[in-house]
Design a protein around this ligand. Structure first.
Ligand code: DGY
Length: 435
């Protein structure tokens, strides 16, 4: 079977009739940033199904109250006992904003890729190869999604940057999507370990060497319970939460999302919303240089409580070009590429905390390669952009569609038959090979 057919088959196997599991067992629900990347993959062979993915995601969007516009990291559309923490653990049932929404959700968010992915989907639908029906459908879907996307971006800016600093804060490592990055080690040291009992399920699916340790789980469970104890009130949380980080990954993805949202709003006549987002984009552009690391020559994150840079070279800090920030990460990326053979590791291999097998502490993630490569291309770093894509393609052909990969050996790691990995192949590699 060709890689393209395998990738399509993975989406179909993980399809639950409108939404797609990242992979069965390990992640048995709909995840936020996975959904957007997965929709890109569906878009290459079933446009109707692609738009459904986002419809299902936005079913979980909170309405009204201080979290109006919030989109959770997980939508629990159906029951499953193969994952911890499941819906009962988050305590969101009946919270302000959840009345009448179509699903149960967790209480934290994830990097807002959606506006960018919707714009890329819209661009694909506008191609001459799409049928008139597909183009009409895309127009209708984008018109319905736009107010929801605006509400979601407003939530980030309002709830997570109420003082208009230009740099949003996150309150939980899972919110970054890059869960156990070594960049979060320092801020997590200030978080107590929970003393309540709980039972992890991830180690029943994946070897412990590839997953975060117990000390990490004790703290993320503490933060989940802390959020619940504050009634999910953003003001209270920002006053008292022991973990508050300006994550360069979320900041870059939000920035690029807002730029794409402005373009969509202008195209669809939402002039006021476009202007409002443009102000936010300006603010972030003016503030982000505070996150530049002279040590690593790239962007890094910051402890928002102490103001200290979290001076750790992660792939999130290479998204500057994708976000359209001024800092030039091209030459830094050339160094990274010289150090490891298989794409960009999530943590630079020369860093003391690099672990090639463990989740976000070293492994390569293919969708991150795609975002960084697209950003480099936008900034005119074509050689590096193409080199990343070449190495990603090689990884797909030697190891297939895993959750993540060892950057030194190319071995597939974590969950198998992984939806966003398959979708990244379909959108970014398979199409390009046809040209
Ligand atoms: C997990 O459970 O590892 C997920 O990444 C949380 O979103």
């Amino acid at each position: 079977m060709s890689l393209q057919d395998q990738a399509r088959a993975i989406l179909m196997v993980n399809d639950r009739g409108g939404y797609t599991l990242p992979t069965d067992g390990l992640y048995p629900f709909q995840w936020n940033w996975d959904a957007s990347v997965t929709a890109l993959g569906w878009m290459t062979f079933d446009q109707k199904r692609a738009w459904e993915e986002l419809r299902w995601l936005f079913k979980g969007q909170w309405r009204g109250g201080p979290n109006d516009g919030f989109v959770a990291q997980i939508n629990f559309h159906a029951e499953s006992d193969t994952y911890f923490p499941g819906p009962d653990e988050w305590g969101t049932d009946g919270a302000i904003g959840t009345q009448g929404i179509g699903t149960r959700t967790s209480s934290i968010s994830q990097p807002p890729l959606h506006a960018t992915m919707v714009r890329w989907m819209w661009m694909r639908a506008c191609k001459a190869s799409s049928s008139t029906d597909e183009q009409d459908l895309a127009k209708k879907e984008v018109m319905e999604l736009l107010p929801r996307l605006v509400a979601h971006h407003r939530w980030w800016y309002r709830a997570r940057d109420p003082k208009n600093t230009g740099l949003v804060v996150n309150i939980h490592p899972w919110e970054t999507g890059m869960d156990n990055s070594p960049a979060w080690d320092e801020p997590l040291r200030h978080v107590p370990e929970t003393t309540r009992p709980y039972a992890r399920r991830d180690l029943g699916h994946v070897d412990a060497s590839m997953r975060p340790p117990k000390s990490f789980y004790d703290r993320v469970v503490y933060l989940m319970d802390f959020n619940r104890a504050q009634g999910f009130d953003p003001e209270k949380i920002l006053r008292t939460c022991p973990y508050q980080v300006n994550d360069i990954g979320i900041i870059s993805i939000l920035q690029r999302g807002s730029v794409d949202l402005i373009a969509l709003c202008e195209e669809f006549g939402l002039v006021t919303e476009a202007r409002e987002m443009a102000q936010r984009v300006q603010l972030t552009r003016a503030s982000v240089n505070a996150l530049w690391s002279p040590v690593w020559h790239q962007y890094v994150s910051r402890n928002a409580i102490t103001g200290q840079l979290l001076d750790v070279p992660t792939s999130a800090g290479l998204l500057g070009a994708y976000a359209g920030f001024d800092g030039d990460v091209g030459s830094t990326i050339r160094h990274w590429l010289a150090e490891t053979p298989y794409g960009l590791p999530s943590t630079r291999s020369t860093y003391v905390g690099f672990e090639p097998l463990r989740y976000w502490r070293g492994p390569v993630w293919q969708h991150i390669n795609m975002l960084i490569s697209v950003g480099l291309q936008d900034q005119g770093h074509n050689i590096e952009a193409l080199e990343i894509r070449r190495r990603s393609e090689q990884l797909f052909s030697v190891a297939g569609f895993h959750e993540y990969y060892d950057p030194l050996s190319g071995k597939g790691l974590g969950g198998k038959t992984f939806s966003w990995t398959a979708a990244t192949y379909l959108h970014w590699i398979a199409d390009w090979k046809k040209k």
